[in-house]
Write a protein that binds this ligand. Structure first.
Ligand SMILES: [Zn+2]
Length: 265
């Protein structure tokens, strides 16, 4: 099932996961979706390109190919809310971030369809995370799981005003050693970009589920504004000059966290 994701293996203590990179809605499901949903606007566009530098850090890079409108890999398969009491999107979102319907009338997936999608699309990505983390842990006492995300900078349905450029999430410090967290926030603070740690975004399901700092797995989510590297309007073009401007900061954040992880060993 490797058509569900792309995987580039490295041997460094770093797994870079990009669960919302996918843009594919399978042919057998397309008739269910609205025209607006078929533009897959809520994709974490181009993050494989933006993070290509991670290869030089020995990263293993895992990127989803299926759209989050098929199933959201960063939600629990039980579909419990990530942020109880706040508006958030679920396992099979029925509204886009802007509140438009994802499905045509009568086509919202029922519980059985959601479970079919969990088995077919969700589980293989998670099984791959488990396998790759285990492989890296055989070589390294401590490893870094970096969850790479990006989102439109203004989405009134989900948050007030403009999001800070860099949103670091570690579940209020629980998913990574303090020295790893400090390396990431120090790098953000050195940059010219606005940033916050554990604000609106504290880390989604993948960050929370696989983090085990006491067991050598340190997880950090970075949710970043798409305005920092791309055009947020269709056709969602990558903007190389903006991207090249923020890449040194990203490299500093990921590289700093990696150095801190290695120093723990
Ligand atoms: Zn995302």
């Amino acid at each position: 099932m490797d058509d569900l994701y792309t995987l580039e293996r490295g041997d460094g203590p770093l797994l870079l996961s990009i669960p919302h990179l996918g843009t594919i809605i399978p042919d057998d499901l397309r008739d269910r979706y609205t025209d607006i949903a078929l533009t897959v606007a809520d994709t974490d566009w181009h993050l494989d390109r933006l993070y290509a530098f991670a290869q030089q850090l020995g990263a293993t890079i895992l990127g989803a190919r299926m759209s989050r409108y098929v199933i959201d890999l960063n939600r629990p398969s039980s579909d419990e809310s990530l942020y109880p009491g706040q508006t958030t999107t679920g396992l099979c979102p029925d509204l886009t971030f802007r509140g438009e319907p994802v499905y045509r009338e009568g086509c919202v997936p029922d519980a059985a369809e959601k479970q079919r999608r969990v088995a077919k699309y969700w589980k293989p990505y998670h099984d791959r995370i488990v396998v790759e983390l285990a492989r890296l842990r055989e070589r390294h006492a401590n490893v870094l799981l970096w969850e790479a995300h990006s989102i439109a900078s203004v989405l009134p349905r989900l948050f007030d005003g403009k999001l800070p450029d860099l949103n670091i999430g570690t579940q209020d410090g629980r998913t990574a050693a303090a020295s790893v967290m400090k390396a990431v926030t120090d790098a953000a603070a050195r940059s010219d970009y606005s940033w916050i740690a554990n604000g609106r975004f504290k880390g989604g399901f993948i960050t929370r589920n696989y983090a085990a700092p006491q067991d050598g797995i340190h997880a950090v989510q970075l949710e970043m504004c798409q305005s920092a590297y791309m055009d947020e309007a269709p056709p969602f073009d990558y903007l190389p000059a903006k991207a090249e401007a923020i890449q040194p900061t990203l490299r500093d954040m990921v590289g700093g966290a990696l150095d801190a992880v290695v120093a723990l060993s």
